[in-house]
Design a protein around this ligand. Structure first.
Ligand SMILES: Nc1ncnc2c1ncn2[C@@H]1O[C@H](COP(=O)(O)OP(=O)(O)OP(=O)(O)O)[C@@H](O)[C@H]1O
Length: 256
């Protein structure tokens, strides 16, 4: 598998518009994610963040414009194991589900192994390795219902990493995680990114914390209102957020 070198586009959206029936959700969006980026996506409720992710994951097709993944048009892209996805979780929604950490993480190999194939020894090795990378080796055979919100999120990260993706996409992964664990969570993401040479994209409403850990920020509300370094965002965030959210920007100020 040819790995793209730093600076090249892992994701490229050109002039992308998307509408659900009559409703225009994204309007002529240009967006590039370069290899090695850790991008935080910011925007109010209903501003099109999840839609942007679904377009990148191939779950939706643009009404207009083109999406390219690893230099290939979406229609030709096949190797989805290059992209890991951590879906939005309902807090502790998986609590009653009687699967162990090992089983949940192994389910991340479906794209590689096939749904009904038996896992081989080297697959079990990958599962143990992914669990170790998120620091949950001691919980390998515990049921996920017994874990805290923060631990559960790490299980989902391990599941997304087990197939060794190059791009990891996370949709509001800190919902249901307590404030103290959120910092640990971002710290883990950053070290996973560095150790594995990952490109990452994260949507989160905890803007104040998130923007301290990412290196780029993109603000989405139908269009891309801002796309730059986290440093540039930090210097202009009041202006950028007021433009998007109005007065509620004050809600964020206690983080700074
Ligand atoms: N399947 C659908 N059919 C019709 N409209 C939809 C559908 N999914 C989303 N929408 C609408 O599209 C808009 C953008 O939704 P999207 O989920 O992308 O926003 P978001 O920024 O991720 O929001 P949130 O922060 O609340 O998760 C919203 O107005 C939403 O109501």
């Amino acid at each position: 598998m040819e790995r793209i070198t730093k600076g090249e586009a892992v994701v490229k959206l050109t002039d992308v518009s998307f509408q659900y029936e009559e409703k225009m959700v994204l309007d002529q969006v240009a967006f590039t994610l370069e290899r090695g980026d850790f991008v935080g996506i910011v925007g109010p409720n209903g501003s099109g963040k999840s839609t942007l992710m679904k377009l990148i994951l191939g779950l939706l097709s643009p009404t207009k414009g083109t999406v390219e993944l690893f230099g290939q048009p979406l229609s030709k892209f096949r190797d989805w194991s290059r992209i890991g996805y951590v879906a939005q979780q309902v807090a502790h929604g998986a609590g009653g589900f009687p699967a162990t950490v090992r089983e949940v993480v192994a389910s991340g190999l479906v794209a590689k192994v096939g749904l009904f194939r038996r896992l081989k020894a080297h697959h079990h090795e990958k599962v143990r390795d992914a669990v170790e990378r998120v620091g949950l080796t001691a919980k390998l055979d515990q049921r996920i219902g017994s874990l805290s919100g923060g631990q559960l999120q790490r299980v989902f990260i391990a599941r997304a990493l087990v197939a060794e993706p190059e791009l990891l996409i996370l949709d509001e992964p800190t919902v249901g995680v307590d404030q103290e664990s959120i910092e640990q969570f971002y710290s883990l993401l950053r070290s996973l990114k560095e150790e594995n040479g990952l490109t990452m994209m994260i949507v989160s409403h905890d803007v104040g914390v998130m923007t301290q850990w990412v290196n780029k920020v993109a603000c989405v509300q139908k269009k891309i209102h801002f796309h730059g370094t986290a440093h540039e965002f930090a210097h202009n965030h009041e202006q950028i957020l007021t433009q998007m959210y109005g007065d509620s920007v004050k809600l964020l100020s206690h983080h700074h």
